[in-house]
Design a protein around this ligand. Sequence first.
Ligand SMILES: [Zn+2]
Ligand SMILES: [Zn+2]
Length: 332
Amino acid sequence: MIIRSGQVISVLICMMLSLVDVFAYDTGFEPRDFSESTITKVLMLGTGNPIPHPHRNGPSIAVIVNKVPYIFDAGAGVFHGMGKEMPYFGQNRVEGFTLNTDTANKLFITHLHSDHTFGLPAFLLGGWTLGGKIAKNIYGPPGTRDLVDGILKAWRRDIDYRVYSPTEKNDTGWRAQAHEIAKEGLAYSDENVKVYAFEACHGLWPFPISYRIETPDRVITISGDTTADCDGLRRAAQGADILFIEGITHQGPTKGRDAWPKNRATIPLPQTKRIMHSTTKEIAALANEVKPGLLVTYHEQNYTDNPAQVEEEIRKFGWEGQYVSALDGDIF
Ligand SMILES: [Zn+2]
Ligand SMILES: [Zn+2]
C-alpha cells in the first residue's frame, strides 16, 4: 500500500491532537495564587488526607519568608511537592526562589501520626542524594528524636554507600538534628520568623502542636490535627492574618465510606469528631471568636473530594469572613 505524504501528515496531526487531549485536561486542581505580601508567602505542598489522591499530597505547608522556607509537617509527597516551586518546571511564582532541600532545611512537625510524617525520610535524604550539602533541623513533639534517628538508622546502608563510595563523598547533607518541644512558648526564632508552639487537642498524643508563625508582616497559624474547640489552638490563632485549619464535615463520612477499610469506617463519628478533629461547626465558631483575616481549610477529612461541601457547612454554621479550601500548589 502506498501512503502519500499528505496522509502521513494528517495521521501525525491526529496523533498530536490526541496527545493534547491526554495531557491538557482540566483537573479542577490547578493551583492559585492568593498572596498579597512580597515578604511572606505560604505554599501548600500537600493538602490531602490519608486516602491516596492523584492531586493531593499528604499534609505539608511551606512558609516562605524573605525567600527562606520553613516547612510544617511532612506528609507523603513533601519532597516531590517541592517541584511545585522549581523554575525549571516553569514555576517561579515566588520570584527568584527555588525550593529544594538545601534551602528547605528546617521542618516543624505538628504530631507524629504517620500521615504527617510519611514524607520525612524523603525530606531528610532526598536532597542529599542529589548533592544537597546542608544538614537538617527537625522540630517536633516528644518522640521526634526517635523518629529522626530511627529513619537515619533504617537508611544506614544507603548513607554508608554514598558516603564511602569512590564517586560520592557527601558526608554532610544526610545529617539531621532533632529538637523536641514539650511546652508552650517560643520554639524557634531567627531574623525572619518567630515560631511559637501551642498545645493542640488531638486524642491521646503527648503535646500535639499548633504553630503560630510571626513574620515581619504576617501572623500565620497552622493548626495541625486538633479539635477546633481547643484552648491551645485559640491562643495560637489569636489575631492571625491567616488561620490554616484541618477539618471534618458533618455529612462527609456517610459518603465515600467505602474508601476506608472497615475498621475505620465503623469508628463512631461523634467520638472521632469530639477528640480528634475539627468539625465545620467548631471551625466556624473558632473563626468567629479569633477573627482571622483569612480562614483556610486543608487536610480535610470530608471523604467526598468535594471541597464545596466544607465551605457550605462552614457558611451554614455562621462564618461570613474570607474563606478558601486549599489545593496543592496554592500560594497565600
Ligand atoms: Zn493526626
Ligand atoms: Zn492527620
